[in-house]
Design a protein around this ligand. Sequence first.
Ligand code: RB5
Length: 146
Amino acid sequence: MSLVIGSDHAGFEAKQDLIAFLTKHGYKVIDKGCDSPESVDYPDFALAVSKTVQSGEAGLGILICGTGIGMSITANKVPGIRAALCTSVAHAELSRQHNDANVLCLGARLQSRGEREEITRAFLDAEFEGQRHARRVRKIHDITGC
Ligand code: RB5
């Protein structure tokens, strides 16, 4: 499955580390920037990653900023995006199983590299359980009409 990833300056190094980790594990990763630790604005990268998931070019997205909060707030404004800020493996698994989250948000300043890798792996390995959860996800979509 193709993944798309993006970060702001605070998440730049963590993004580069995670791309290496994912590539090593066989994933094709589309990198939407940023391209250096120079200061940038997280909404620009949240939007680029979200649009790539929205269009179907990538199956899932990953966004990294200092806390993960700005990225999740922004990505959740894009129709069809269900972004989950995950601070534990359980959050990551449940966000896929129950919420069919399609964008994972991580915090470079609040999580270690190892934690980000574990959380990412859990997010990618988990699957949406459907059934009653599908009804609830449909109700989320009904709010924006798509
Ligand atoms: C950048 O300093 C920081 O505000 C940003 O990375 C993020 O944490 C915002 O939510």
